[in-house]
Design a protein around this ligand. Structure first.
Ligand SMILES: [Zn+2]
Ligand SMILES: [Zn+2]
Length: 703
């Protein structure tokens, strides 16, 4: 089939799709390094995880690769782009889950790594590399950073009373211990939190503590030593860095810094405290020991909160030996990080502090893109209740991954929590994709195929941009050009939902154009030149749409290109005549299929889960603050409080705050020595926590 396509200005030179070649940054240029929060490796991802980080990062990564294609001759070139992610594998949550499933932590991670990878593949998420943290490179890089922190005087030893199992001869991390809650007497309270009253606990507070390995084991307490990172000592430099970076990287207001550039994180405001970097566990990066083991660190591992963010560089190291070109290159590399809101502290305060303390010239966060939570049909996603759609199940619905991507991105929770709803999902497919976008593409292509034998007719336009002063179509051309500008602005500033809305506005404009021009057989007979002109302009708008939709729905973009019989193209800045008269198109096909309304109730029932258990806060969220790494009890049968049913967005928000505040209280309580100043801080933090809980109760009563 003959192609007649304008190839001037390098319109047609493509960048390899993600994952097909490893780009290295080039000096003197802007190079873009993209990460999405590392999913934790003890379960399957749900849709909230996917929209919160991996899918959003994928859209931006694809945009960077397709914005210009590689138009070297005009000096506009795609930015060299690298997108890495992987599973976060170490820590107690993995060890205890492995214990439950009767396999080793390594086997557990192997199993879930594959499930994560397959799920993202199905959603067409184009990582350059999807790695994992349980690798020799990861160990090496984490240990090196730990040692550097020590050499620079940022580590200190602290002693802490911890639960110890005499039978296992080891310290029991929070989740290895269960017992009676000292507050509400709930019998199955975990070492870190009570499911009965939702209070955060320290394992040593439990009454009649039990070892999770075996209930008959004798559990006592002993003093354990740990190395702490003196975040307090680094804080002035961290704050200085945040104040510079939020402006340069145009951060959206978040939990750490507001839109006036004021630091709002409670931990920063009350003063950062030394934070533990080591744990008494076996599944993790061994604490490196130089010379004599003076601090008694042998047999301990690095805390997962310390090593998880190091996964970004270590996963890059597993991809290429040249990883340092990306990670020690703040001059030429811009780091874009995508995450759910519960991860903000770790990416803006914690990890940058580690990088500052390490002392090397690290590439640090440039732009951070955070999402609020995606809830499910008036409630929350819950793995334990089997409520909501979890990774592999999305495929079983028969809804194509392109449509899933569209729906999730069109409801991306950018400024407030969003709600997944089957009715909205079906409406998005039937009303927007099928009736608007798909209808426009299909109507124009079918007309070319049936009326012109698949060959673009000559409407008299010269190749290149259409004149906005065109006598018949000036309004249409001007409107499209203005929308193209909106699209580029939105995408460059990572406003992805707005970018997608703009694509749909453009296709709507296309539909109106065909309508108002009266495209039909009669026009073709009575005014063949005008008919040819309308067709050629519509086809070129479709060609533009193939590039605009690519970051969001790569498979749909591919299908449009096949039907147009045209190669991938860059995002045009103005509508132009690129597919020329005489070009032969491919066979038209429908891009989308109607989804029957009756499926809504079926899916609601299928994914509605079982409404019998109480849910712990933050269960539904992407791996985030320590609170979100909860292991779910199979059945919290003695649960005293049962706040089942739909929760208002305010309640969900409050729960997230309570989890965060609870963690702050725990961190404070774990500190020694107990100075009057510290006692004061604890009191303030506890008061805030109580206040939040009162607010939540009121919110639930209201609902
Ligand atoms: Zn034991
Ligand atoms: Zn309790």
């Amino acid at each position: 089939m003959s192609q007649k396509i304008r190839s001037a200005e390098g319109v047609l030179r493509t960048t390899p799709p993600p994952g097909q070649s490893v780009e290295l940054p080039k000096e003197g240029e802007t190079n873009v390094l993209i990460t999405s929060a590392l999913p934790y490796c003890n379960n399957v991802p749900h849709l909230g995880n996917i929209i919160g980080s991996t899918l959003s990062a994928d859209v931006y990564s694809r945009h960077r690769r397709r914005r210009h294609l590689n138009a070297l001759d005009t000096g506009t070139r795609n930015r060299r782009t690298l997108y890495v992610c992987g599973t976060d594998e170490y820590g107690t949550a993995t060890e205890t889950q492995a214990l439950k499933e009767g396999i080793t932590p390594r086997e557990l991670c192997d199993k879930y790594y594959v499930l994560h990878k397959q799920t993202y593949q199905w959603f067409d998420i184009g990582f350059d590399f999807f790695g994992r943290t349980s690798t020799p490179h990861h160990t090496e890089i984490s240990q090196e950073i730990f040692l550097n922190l020590g050499h620079h005087g940022f580590l200190e030893r602290q002693e802490k009373e911890q639960t110890y199992c005499e039978s296992c001869s080891k310290f029991l991390a929070d989740r290895y211990v269960e017992g009676i809650c000292p507050h509400c007497k709930f019998e199955d309270a975990r070492g870190d939190q009570c499911d009965g009253c939702s209070r955060t606990l320290d394992a040593i507070e439990l009454i009649q503590p039990r070892c999770l390995v075996n209930k008959t084991h004798k559990v006592t307490t002993r003093i354990s030593t740990h190395m702490y990172l003196k975040l307090d000592k680094i804080q002035p430099r961290t704050e200085e860095w945040i104040k510079q970076s939020w402006k340069a990287g145009k951060w959206s207001p978040n939990a750490v810094i507001n839109h006036d550039g004021e630091l709002v994180d409670s931990r920063l405001k009350s003063g950062l405290l030394p934070t533990p970097l080591t744990r008494d566990l076996s599944w993790g990066v061994p604490v490196p020991i130089e010379g004599e083991d003076v601090h008694g660190m042998r047999g301990k591992v690095l805390y997962v909160w310390f090593d998880a963010p190091i996964g970004y560089p270590s996963i890059t190291a597993n991809l290429t030996p040249e990883w340092k070109q990306w990670w020690f290159n703040p001059k030429d590399v811009k780091l874009y990080q995508f995450m759910g809101k519960d991860n903000v502290y770790f990416h803006t305060v914690y990890f940058p502090s580690v990088q500052i303390g390490d002392g090397r010239n690290w590439t640090k966060l440039h732009h951070l893109s955070t999402t609020e939570y995606l809830n499910y049909e008036g409630g929350k996603f819950s793995k334990s209740k089997n409520r909501g759609v979890f990774g592999p199940a999305a495929k079983e619905t028969g809804i194509p991954s392109s449509v899933w991507r569209y729906y999730l991105l069109s409801t991306r929770p950018e400024t407030a929590d969003a709600m997944f709803s089957w009715a909205d999902c079906v409406a998005a497919n039937n009303n927007v994709l099928l009736n608007n976008f798909g209808n426009f593409v299909n109507r124009a292509l079918k007309f070319v195929s049936s009326q012109y034998g698949g060959v673009i007719p000559d409407g008299g336009d010269t190749p290149g941009p259409y004149s906005p002063n065109d006598s018949l179509d000036s309004e249409f051309i001007t409107a499209v050009n203005s929308l193209l500008k909106d699209y580029i602005d939105a995408m460059e500033s990572v406003k992805l939902r707005l970018g997608l809305q703009t694509v749909m506005l453009i296709s709507m404009r296309g539909n109106n154009y065909l309508q108002s021009s009266g495209l039909n057989k009669q026009l073709m007979t009575e005014n063949p030149t005008r008919c040819a002109q309308v067709i050629s302009r519509a086809i070129n708008l479709i060609y533009a749409l193939s590039a605009l939709i690519y970051p969001f729905m790569p498979a749909t973009s591919e299908s449009i290109l096949t039907q147009l019989n045209a190669p991938a193209r860059a995002v045009p800045e103005v509508l132009s005549n690129d597919i020329l008269a005489g070009h032969q198109i491919g066979a038209p096909e429908h891009l989308f299929k109607k989804i029957e309304e009756k499926m809504i109730d079926m899916w609601r029932a299928k994914f509605g889960g079982v409404e019998v258990q109480q849910e712990a806060p933050a269960d539904a969220q992407a791996k985030g603050g320590p609170g979100s790494k909860k292991i779910k009890k199979g059945a919290a049968k003695n649960a005293v409080v049962a706040h089942d049913g739909p929760k208002s967005p305010e309640a969900v928000e409050l729960e997230a705050k309570i989890t965060e505040q609870g963690n702050l209280v725990r961190t404070l309580k774990a500190q020694t020595p107990k100075t009057p100043e510290l006692e004061g801080k604890i009191k303030v933090a506890v008061d805030v926590l109580k206040k939040l809980k009162t607010e939540l109760e009121a919110e639930i009563q209201k609902a």
